[in-house]
Write a protein that binds this ligand. Structure first.
Ligand code: ITT
Length: 199
């Protein structure tokens, strides 16, 4: 029988990506599926800290094995911003409320106007807690920031991110193409390495 593992997120895109990568090796449950409707605190100042904070919160509250991720888009010319603030970049800069992907992208484009060095990376940290043991893995995809949004697929900053070695943004790729090279793919593969003795 497959062992259950909670992915501490309600982001349906992320759940689908991770399920596609882990296949039927492990049954992945979302927060909704375990009946968790509370807002989990994400107050750390690094993506690793946030991932661990979420995983600890869920594993203690629901007494389950679980993992949580946090992702930041790190733009060199902006000193690594939006980074840990990626989800609420516009909001912390006084634009829009909460998590507004289109306001975030508009602000990023504005800050990158006329900037030549467009190098950036998506970095995902995953914190895993199994039998009380904590492990952190990461996945990175390097790329650059487009000068205008392109494509309709994906989510978040996908229309602005062109991975190195490609001419299309993540949002112009199929889910399979993005999943094959994404930061989350790489982090999930690292997670799989850690889990493989148990599956
Ligand atoms: P949780 O419910 O899991 O917290 P979230 O949407 O807040 O979901 P993250 O904290 O992991 O997601 O990521 C922070 C932000 O970074 C997210 O809101 C997106 O704007 C962006 N992001 C993360 N992964 C991305 C991806 O694969 N493509 C584009 N943008 C992404």
């Amino acid at each position: 029988m497959q062992e259950k593992l909670v992915f501490a997120t309600n982001n349906a895109h992320k759940i689908a990506e991770v399920r596609a990568i882990l296949g039927d090796r492990r049954q992945i449950l979302s927060l909704e599926e375990i009946g968790c409707r509370e807002d989990i605190p994400e107050t750390a100042d690094t993506i690793e800290g946030n991932a661990l904070q979420k995983a600890r919160w869920v594993s203690r509250r629901f007494n389950c094995d679980c993992f949580a991720d946090d992702t930041g888009l790190e733009v060199d010319a902006l000193g690594g911003e939006p980074g840990v603030m990626s989800a609420r970049y516009a909001c912390v800069n006084g634009r829009g409320d909460g998590h507004d992907a289109s306001a975030n992208s508009s602000l990023l484009l504005e800050r990158m106007e006329g900037v030549e060095n467009r190098k950036a990376r998506f970095r995902t940290a995953i914190a895993l807690i199994t039998d009380g043991k904590e492990t952190i893995v990461e996945g990175i995809v390097n790329g650059s920031i487009a000068t205008a949004p392109k494509g309709v697929d994906g989510f978040g900053y996908d229309p602005l991110f062109i991975p190195d070695g490609h001419s299309l943004t993540f949002a112009q790729m199929t889910a399979e193409e993005k999943n094959a090279i994404s930061h989350r793919r790489r982090a999930t593969e690292a997670l799989l390495e850690v889990l493989k003795d148990n599956i």
